[in-house]
Design a protein around this ligand. Structure first.
Ligand SMILES: Cc1cc2nc3c(=O)[nH]c(=O)nc-3n(C[C@H](O)[C@H](O)[C@H](O)COP(=O)(O)OP(=O)(O)OC[C@H]3O[C@@H](n4cnc5c(N)ncnc54)[C@H](O)[C@@H]3O)c2cc1C
Length: 358
């Protein structure tokens, strides 16, 4: 990361004028051209790095989880990094140089940039995982989970998810934002995959293929590891199941995000906005919202509980317990096992050292 940066021709990029590299046409992996997507090209990448370092990073800590603040608080460099408009080395070096020049009292700003820098390490960590085991794009990282979800794929649920018709407003709003912009913040991506993997019990592979066609920043190294982590098939990460109603209450308390992306729910009163199926019948039939409310695909509490039971039952099987060591050997840090606390698995420690604090 500290090596000198190669000089590139700033006027020409892939043989095209720098700013127009893919500003008019959608990148080829996208099946559609999100009307509100950010523009590509090196000049745009430098501009947003600059605005992030100078100002926006002050809101990084505390601003990246809500889909309302995240579009400004996050760096928004991911697509530029994925397409090589700017290199990781350049981002790291510029960030370090910026931090070194900051006055001591700029603690909020500094802590935002420090948190951002740790994510740049995660980027490389995840790409390294895929490079050391390319098969994780196709099969469960922990093979003891094979056949857990493979034979239960519910196409109707999958189609409803893709078309923003799950009935959970926070989920449907995220799918709509993704379709329109090609971007979502980390927590909302994690929530989408968690809803797909647990209450809807969908296998991560088709879900990941679909999301790859939606993310402007599709980066296989990060993507497939995250899909498996959020679906519980790595066998070494803590199971995280995101409740879309709680996520809405925590990160969109006034319903601004949901109402923006689902305008048909604009007139639903706050009390029911995140669970509109609970609106009393006489209110449901009011002219303003009649016919607009989609029943959730499944009962969230029951379906989540059952899916966790299935996962935990599998987790107790000897092949999972035996297979855990192989996954740790493949993906964990090579530092001496002796120096680690016996109660913490090497992978967990490795990821703690990297500062994983989702
Ligand atoms: C299911 C799922 C799929 C994902 N797929 C992708 C993907 O295809 N491409 C992609 O770039 N990111 C992916 N991410 C990680 C993360 O959501 C995005 O990197 C982030 O939202 C991009 O916005 P940003 O550049 O403004 O992020 P910032 O918060 O500003 O982060 C700066 C950079 O750090 C790296 N980074 C941030 N978060 C992570 C993370 N959790 N793991 C690894 N690197 C990270 C990225 O390179 C990012 O551009 C995925 C996350 C999930 C949960």
């Amino acid at each position: 990361m500290a090596s000198p940066i190669e000089k590139v021709d700033s006027l020409r990029f892939w043989g095209k004028p720098a700013d127009k590299a893919f500003s008019m046409i959608a990148p080829s992996h996208l099946r559609h051209n999100p009307p509100m997507r950010q523009l590509g090209g090196r000049a745009n990448a430098l501009k947003i790095l600059n605005s992030f370092l100078n100002a926006r990073s002050m809101g990084y800590r505390g601003g990246i989880s809500s889909p309302l603040s995240a579009p400004d608080a996050c760096s928004r460099l991911s697509a530029h990094i994925s397409y090589g408009c700017i290199s990781m080395r350049e981002v790291v070096q510029q960030t370090r140089a910026y931090i070194a020049e900051m006055p001591q009292q700029a603690s909020r700003h500094r802590s935002g940039l420090t948190a951002f820098t740790s994510r740049l390490y995660w980027h490389c960590h995840f790409i390294q995982k895929l490079e050391s085991e390319p098969d994780i794009e196709w099969r469960n990282m922990q093979q003891g989970y094979d056949d857990l979800r493979e034979h239960d794929f519910n196409t109707e649920y999958f189609e409803a998810l893709k078309e923003a018709r799950t009935g959970w407003p926070m989920v449907d709003a995220c799918v709509t934002m993704l379709r329109e912009t090609g971007w979502l913040n980390f927590r909302m991506r994690a929530m989408l995959v968690s809803v797909a993997a647990y209450p809807l019990w969908l296998h991560w592979r088709p879900v990941g293929e679909w999301l790859a066609t939606q993310f402007l920043d599709y980066e296989p190294g990060i993507h497939w590891s995250q899909l498996q982590m959020q679906s519980g098939t790595t066998g070494i990460n803590t199971t995280r199941v995101y409740n879309p109603i709680k996520q809405a209450q925590d990160h969109d308390p006034y319903g601004k995000f949901v109402r923006r992306w689902l305008p048909h729910l604009r007139l639903v009163p706050d009390t029911w906005l995140f669970e509109p199926w609970l609106i009393p019948d006489h209110e449901k039939n009011s002219a303003a919202i009649k016919g607009q409310i989609v029943e959730p695909l499944v009962d969230l509490a029951t379906a989540t509980r059952e899916s966790k039971q299935r996962l935990y039952a599998r987790r107790k099987q000897p092949e999972i317990i035996d297979g855990k060591k192989a996954v740790i050997d493949k993906h964990a840090s090579r530092k001496s096992m002796q120096s680690r606390k016996k109660t913490v698995s090497s992978q967990t420690l490795n990821e703690r050292q990297l500062g994983f604090d989702f």
